[in-house]
Design a binder for this molecule. Sequence first.
Ligand SMILES: [Zn+2]
Length: 139
Amino acid sequence: MCLFITADLQLDVATTNAIAQAISTQCELDVFAGEGRFATVLHFSEEHSCACSLLDDSAHWKHECWLLHSEGCALLREALTWLMEHHAGAWTFEMLWNGARSTGELLISAPELLELVRHNQVRNTMTYHVVPSAPPLEH
Ligand SMILES: [Zn+2]
């Protein structure tokens, strides 16, 4: 069993793939689009697979929040920051144990989600709906 960290951008397959490649080029993490019905879902990992290598040794899949080690936390923040800066639309974010299902939904802003990641407070089995960023103010 494995941890999967995913973001569903609700975009088409080609755009999702282009974003995945761009993040992987710009950031340390290997980000890739899934297969089949997950083809529009970004997966965050170190080695093009699950996200288990980002977990702290004391993390447990039954805990309420996911505990990443400090480097894993920094790598995920870097990749999510890039995504937030280049994708202003609505998207969803989940950290789920393989086979587990989300049991709740929360509306959240992109900066709030980054803060949750920073403090290892991303909840298990929760779907975060990231609200679209406000358009830049006109000068
Ligand atoms: Zn794994």
